[in-house]
Design a protein around this ligand. Structure first.
Ligand code: FAD
Ligand code: MLT
Ligand code: ZN
Length: 502
């Protein structure tokens, strides 16, 4: 038996024969969600307990084999798939999917890292509680992956990123030791906060095996609107009004550009996108009105426009009764219509309609993937400066790459845009990316620097943005990050080559 065979045999002993995969179609673990890169794993290893994770990490450390922690493999930056060497193992956490405890009085839930986000949401809802982390990948992504990336999603404006929702972690270190930090404490100043080091470290500092997450009471009322705005400035103005009128009730504020919405209509014709079917506004700016109560507002106004440059989905969640909340929500939209920052709006009458409106927004990444390979950006800029950033950068891109198509959407409430570039129509997307991705990224990220923004708001760095991080992060910050990595993982066995190279 050679050393690789005996290593695989050891892994099989730890997790069971059938949970070490070395043959057959491993593309689900080896290919990233965006199909940017396909790696090759020595094995896919599927532990069922924290002790098994610790034993696998010890075996890897002894054999000098590096490992890539993986949850739902929905990451956007090629961070959860192996490299092409065939010498890394994928450590898939999806068999670790148990809820360990739900403490209603402490408003916390403790779950295994491989729990799928939607399953956690549903468990909490069944107990009358809210776990607010939410994103279109929630049917596949895992709590471990959410923590590994410090994922954002659509409720950040009220509840924060995954980091803000985490009260404790259990982690297997690079040495195969288990750190149990599942305290559920809201206050704990006993030295460095290791939890915050692990969150967002993309599997490079430790393997998260469980987490204690914050819960909230379920909202009594939830209202969702889909509003057309004439400009991004108007969208920002509407955001200001929403903060003013809704206060902490504002739970979502997403923006969607015209072309992004047209991709949803093109690739998912069964989805009804409000205001999409027509050509010119029927209502002068500032004179729109809400649909009558009882109408099915999700259909969009007949005769309204596909010409609206941007639309916004906004949501209000409250502990007060729906009647009061609706009055406030509709007043906000009336004021916005009168100010001219909203041209038209529909308000969901019930949760089914609200889900339809959100479904439009959440379908954009999938529609964009159907349209073909693309250059994705996940940037953040101070909200107040976003209109100026977009106006300048749109112009620069159009001038430099005539015909490229801008798919602009994102979490405007958090100052986070997915400012993506799709190849010109009828152009070979793979070729376009090969020839232009570098230049497009340089142009966009230089602009981001000029506006004091970030080149990764919520998706992380992975290997896709690794060289960009080196260019855009301060040398002092990079030095501290490297020092931490070297201290915690001196043999570089945890997801090497992700975030930065040592
Ligand atoms: P994976 O993709 O498996 O892994 C992601 C990273 O975390 C990798 O570096 C991996 O090594 C590390 N990791 C995974 N598990 C662990 C663990 N147990 N311990 C340590 N490290 C680990 N992201 C957002 O932020 N906001 C969005 O709104 C959003 N919407 C999305 C919509 C769609 C349709 C898709 C496909 C993706 C979206 N994403 C979004 C990106 C992605 O879903 C998130 O990054 C998510 O948090 C990844 O979870 P995962 O379980 O799939 O992790
Ligand atoms: C989103 O906001 O839809 C996600 O971050 C995914 C994406 O940008 O593709
Ligand atoms: Zn996003």
């Amino acid at each position: 038996m050679n050393s690789t065979d005996s290593f695989i045999a050891e892994l099989r002993q730890i997790v069971g024969e059938t949970h070490v995969l070395t043959e057959g179609d491993l593309s689900a673990w080896e290919m990233d969600w965006r199909k940017r890169e396909r790696g090759h794993a020595l094995a896919v290893v599927r532990p069922a307990s924290t002790q098994q994770v610790a034993d696998v990490v010890k075996a890897c450390a002894a054999a000098g084999v590096s490992l890539v922690p993986q949850g739902g493999n929905t990451g956007m930056v090629v961070g959860s798939t192996p490299d092409a060497s065939g010498r890394q193992i994928v450590l898939s956490l999806t068999r670790m999917n148990q809820v360990r405890a739900l403490d209603a009085a402490n408003l916390t839930i403790t779950v295994d890292a491989g729990c799928v986000l939607q399953a956690v949401q549903e468990t909490c809802e069944a107990a009358g509680l809210l776990f607010p982390l939410s994103m279109a990948s929630e049917g596949s992504c895992t709590i471990g992956g959410n923590l590994g990336t410090n994922a954002g999603g659509t409720q950040v404006v009220r509840y924060g990123n995954t980091r803000e929702l985490c009260l404790g972690l259990e982690v297997v270190t690079a040495q195969g030791e288990i750190w149990s930090g599942l305290t559920g404490l809201r206050k704990d100043n006993t030295g460095y906060d290791l939890r915050h080091l692990m969150i967002g470290s993309e599997g490079t500092l430790g393997v998260i095996t469980a987490a204690t997450m914050k819960l909230y009471p379920l909202p009594v009322s939830q209202l969702t609107a889909f509003a057309a705005v004439p400009t991004l400035e108007a969208a920002v103005q509407l955001l200001g009004l929403a903060h003013q009128h809704l206060g902490a009730g504002l739970t979502g504020f997403e923006v969607m550009g015209r072309f992004a919405l047209s991709l949803v209509t093109k690739h998912f014709p069964q989805i009804r996108v409000p205001f999409q079917a027509n050509v010119a506004p029927t209502l002068p700016a500032g004179r729109g009105s809400l649909p009558p109560k009882g109408a099915v507002p999700c259909l969009g106004r007949p005769g309204a426009t596909a010409g609206y440059p941007y639309c916004v989905v906004l949501e209000n969640s409250d502990q007060e009764s729906e009647t009061h909340a609706r009055e406030r929500f509709e007043l906000l939209l009336e004021v916005a219509l009168n100010d001219g920052c909203v041209l038209d709006a529909v308000v969901a009458e019930n949760m089914a309609q609200a889900r339809q409106l959100w479904h439009v927004r959440e379908s954009i990444p999938l529609a964009q993937a159907q349209e073909g390979l693309n250059i994705k950006h996940d940037i953040s800029i101070a909200v107040s400066r976003i209109p100026e950033f977009v106006e300048q950068t749109d112009a620069l891109l159009e001038q430099t790459y005539p015909g490229m198509r801008l798919v602009n959407y994102g979490h405007l409430g958090d100052g986070n845009l997915h400012y993506n570039v799709q190849a010109p129509e009828h152009c070979d997307a793979e070729q376009f990316l090969k020839e232009q991705e570098h230049g497009v990224n340089a142009l966009v990220y230089d602009q981001v620097d000029r506006f004091n923004g970030s080149i990764s708001a919520e998706h992380g760095i992975g290997s896709l943005k690794r060289e960009k991080l080196a260019e855009h992060k301060s040398p002092v910050a990079l030095h501290m990050m490297r020092a931490i990595k070297q201290a915690l993982d001196p043999h570089n066995i945890l997801n090497p080559g992700r975030v930065f190279r040592l």
